[in-house]
Structure formats: structure tokens, C-alpha cells
Design a protein around this ligand. Structure first.
Ligand code: GYE
Length: 329
């Protein structure tokens, strides 16, 4: 019964997916024929184009596919899970050799991942995790440790305010609701600051990882909270939007309100060097080369580690000034 329903759904949705991918950010494919194993075709479902991080990540995946001689079918889900599910179903129907995707939210993937498994197409999670209990549904997960990133942000804050006696009023701009980086960056930060009751998160809302939403939500925070000491933004773009709101309210970002963000994309690093952001926790978008290596291995049926964590650092204002000119993204 279940099999029949999913087979029917597959047939119906596949027809829709072609149209959906075409109308969205585009479903593009190119056999680039570089040096490597040109027989591999990868279907990649990207989250969207919400941030500087995402743009750099897309470029990294596309460049790395080219260099590895992997044919890449790429689709942009415009931050919608339904678009990603349609894209994955379309890749299954096209019988690609491997599917890689960066899940916009953590939950709700079991059915489509089971369909890929039944079709014997290996899946690699890139950048963001899923919360499926059955970990055999994907071969590996390549990406950052977002909880650790949240902890790093919290540790800087605790150190910065170690001699302060008064309460520290924090506002938080969360990433996309239900996404792994939003959930984990919140949890890691909370774990560290929660040890001292003087740190108070007085407002916390999603800014969907975009500059425009970051600005809009920060404007609302500023209106309802006259006494904000710190902004913790789950990515640079929301922080950059918030800086505009803070300046618009006649306050000085980095001074009147201290700002911590995550990513370390060029615009964020520029604002850090300019003194408008106080601290950035790095999250590397350059996952393409490792992804292509993993893809070649899983297609050959070789064993790969269940988890591949990217190496990352943190930046102060002084460090940003030093590395800005050589920053790749
Ligand atoms: O931090 C944010 C992007 O999933 C790590 O998504 C990624 C996050 C990144 O939109 O800028």
C-alpha cells in the first residue's frame, strides 16, 4: 500500500518538478568534462541564494564539479522545502549517480530519502543536517559544527563582559526557522551564556538569514527595547541589515550595541574591520572540493566517514584587518 502511494506520488510530482525547477532559480546542467571521472552525474539541490555565504557555497560546488569532471545538475529551492523535495524526486527519476543537497530545514525528509534509497542512489548531506532517525538514508554529512559555532560566539561574549556587574541585554536574530544552523547556533550560544544569569536574551526572532529581514526585525527590536547591549546574529547578512537599522535609529553599531555574527564573508569582515561588528565566528562555504571527493567514493561504493566536519576559526576586529585583502569570498 505504502509503496503504491509513494510510486504514484513520485510519478505525479516528477511531472511537476520539471516545471518547478525551470521557474525557480533555475535547473541547470553542464557536462564540463574536466580531468576526472566524467561518467558521474550529481544532482544538487541548493537551499537558495539568501546570503553571501550561500553564493560562495554555490560557486564552490559548481567550480569543484567542473574541476572534478562531474556533470552537475543544479537547482535552487528558493528556501522552500517543497521545491527541494521536487528537485530530489526529479533527480531520482533522471537516475543521477549521486544526490547531494543542503536541507533548508531539519525535519520531514524520510519519505523522499527512502525513495532515493529504494532507487539505489546514494545521498550526501552538504552543509546542513536532517533529523532522520534512520542514518542509513544518507552516506555522509559534510559541513560545519553549528553548535560549536554558537559556543564560540557565547564564549567571546562571556569574556567581553566578564567584569560587568549589570545585566547584559541581548537580542538575537535567528536563521531560518527549523534549519540546523538556526537551531544549533542558538543552542550552543545558550549553553555558554546560560551559566551566568546576568546574560539575558530579551528578544529573539528569525531574520531568515537575509539582510532585508535582519534590518526589518532589528528595527522592531529597537522600537520595543530601548536598552539593547548586544546583538547576536546567526549570520553576517542579518547582522549587516541590522547595522543599517541601528544607524537609522541614531546609534553606533559596534559601540552602543556590540555585534557578534557567524560566517565571515567579505562584507561581514569589512564591517568587522571597520569596527561595526565586534566578533565573527567563521563558517566555511567552500565545501565543493570535499563534496566531489566524497561523491566519487560513494559512487564507487567505497566507505566514507559518516561525518566530515569543516575546519573553522574566529575573527576579532584586528584579525579582520589583517586577512581582509586575501579573503576568497
Ligand atoms: O551561515 C547562512 C546561510 O547553512 C551554514 O546558511 C549555512 C547558513 C549560513 O544562509 O549565511
Amino acid at each position: 500500500m505504502f509503496k503504491r502511494i509513494s510510486a504514484l506520488m513520485l510519478a505525479g510530482l516528477t511531472a511537476m518538478s520539471v516545471a518547478a525547477c525551470g521557474s525557480g532559480g533555475g535547473d541547470t546542467s553542464a557536462n564540463t568534462g574536466g580531468g576526472g571521472d566524467s561518467t558521474i552525474t550529481m544532482g544538487f539541490s541548493q537551499v537558495g541564494a539568501e546570503s553571501g555565504w550561500r553564493t560562495a557555497n554555490t560557486k564552490s560546488v559548481q567550480d569543484a564539479a567542473k574541476n572534478a569532471g562531474i556533470t552537475l545538475k543544479f537547482s535552487d529551492a528558493q528556501q522552500k522545502q517543497e521545491n527541494q523535495i521536487k528537485a530530489i524526486r526529479s533527480y531520482i527519476q533522471q537516475k543521477v549517480d549521486v544526490i547531494a543537497f543542503s536541507p533548508v530545514v531539519e525535519s520531514g525528509w524520510d519519505t523522499v530519502l527512502k525513495e532515493a534509497q529504494n532507487a539505489k542512489i546514494p545521498v550526501i548531506l552538504t552543509d546542513r543536517a536532517v533529523d532522520s532517525k534512520d542514518t542509513s538514508l544518507y552516506k555522509t554529512f559534510l559541513g560545519s559544527d553549528f553548535v560549536e559555532e554558537g559556543r564560540k560566539a557565547g564564549k567571546w561574549l562571556v569574556e567581553e563582559y566578564k567584569s560587568a556587574a549589570d545585566p547584559v541585554n541581548i537580542v538575537e536574530l535567528q536563521g531560518t526557522t527549523g534549519s540546523a544552523p538556526a537551531n544549533d547556533r542558538k543552542a550552543g550560544f545558550q549553553e555558554i551564556i546560560g551559566a551566568d544569569p546576568k546574560f539575558k536574551i530579551i528578544a529573539s526572532q528569525t531574520g531568515d538569514f537575509t539582510r532585508a529581514k535582519g534590518k526589518e526585525v532589528m528595527e522592531a527590536f529597537l522600537k520595543s527595547n530601548p536598552d539593547i547591549d548586544v546583538l547576536y546574529a546567526h549570520n553576517d547578512d542579518m547582522g549587516l541589515g541590522a547595522i543599517e537599522a541601528i544607524e537609522g535609529a541614531g546609534k553606533v553599531p559596534g559601540k552602543d550595541i556590540k555585534i557578534i555574527t557567524v560566517d565571515a564573508v567579505k562584507d561581514g569582515m569589512q564591517a568587522l574591520a571597520d569596527g561595526k561588528i565586534n566578533y565573527i565566528v567563521e563558517c566555511s562555504p567552500l565545501l565543493g572540493p570535499q563534496l566531489m571527493d566524497l561523491a566519487k567514493k560513494v559512487v564507487k561504493g567505497e566507505q566514507v566517514p559518516a561525518r566530515v566536519v569543516t575546519e573553522e576559526t574566529v575573527f576579532t576586529q584586528e584579525q579582520a584587518k589583517q586577512v581582509l585583502s586575501t579573503r576568497q569570498y
